[in-house]
Design a protein around this ligand. Structure first.
Ligand code: ADP
Length: 165
């Protein structure tokens, strides 16, 4: 049986902490789908298609990883796609409560679907999309934090915004 996992997130934008989780999770499964989801509690900086495109560019070096976009409930999406496991990343204790609650809720809705947690890479433990956007808004250097094309996209977005103020 093919083992398929999904790594869901907002990826607004994708950063190297995400890429590290993707590279490591890809080794554990036959296929890994990175799924760009709408997170109703967050207002995104990038559109869904921009986020999808940036993920696509950042993962094309990994053979068994693909990217999709969905507005569906995660467990329903996973069931439709024949997914066996959900991959999530854990940075610090701070992530734990939120991730634990969601994993238990998903388990209640889909008992056969396992959630697998990948511990952050040491050098990425402080990285979040929120922090990246904050730095980018000040025009700060983002090398070694995000893939190159994400850095360009961020600078363009904030440059354009600044220009319009
Ligand atoms: P969401 O809106 O679902 O939280 P994110 O794009 O912020 O989506 O994150 C997707 C997943 O990646 C989450 O499981 C999150 O905990 C994980 N993650 C985010 N940053 C890091 C990091 N630096 N190291 C490891 N995992 C991370």
């Amino acid at each position: 049986m093919e083992r398929i996992a999904v790594y869901p997130g907002s990826f607004d934008p994708i950063h190297l902490g995400h890429v590290d989780v993707i590279e490591r999770a890809a080794k554990l499964f036959d296929t890994l789908i990175v799924a760009v989801f709408v997170n109703t509690s967050k207002t995104p900086l990038f559109s869904e298609s921009e986020r999808l495109q940036m993920v696509h560019e950042s993962i094309k070096h990994i053979a068994n990883v693909s990217v999709e976009q969905s507005n569906d409930l995660l467990v329903r999406y996973a069931q439709k796609r024949g997914v066996n496991a959900i991959v999530r990343g854990l940075r610090a204790v701070l992530d734990f409560d939120y991730e634990f609650q969601i994993a238990l809720m998903n388990k209640k809705m889909a008992p056969d679907l396992e959630t697998i947690f990948i511990l952050t890479g040491e050098k990425y433990s402080y990285l979040s999309s929120t922090l990246i956007k904050e730095l980018a808004s000040y025009g700060a250097e983002l090398k070694n934090l995000v893939p190159d094309q994400v850095e360009s996209a961020l600078h363009e977005k904030f440059y354009r915004n600044r220009g319009s103020v």
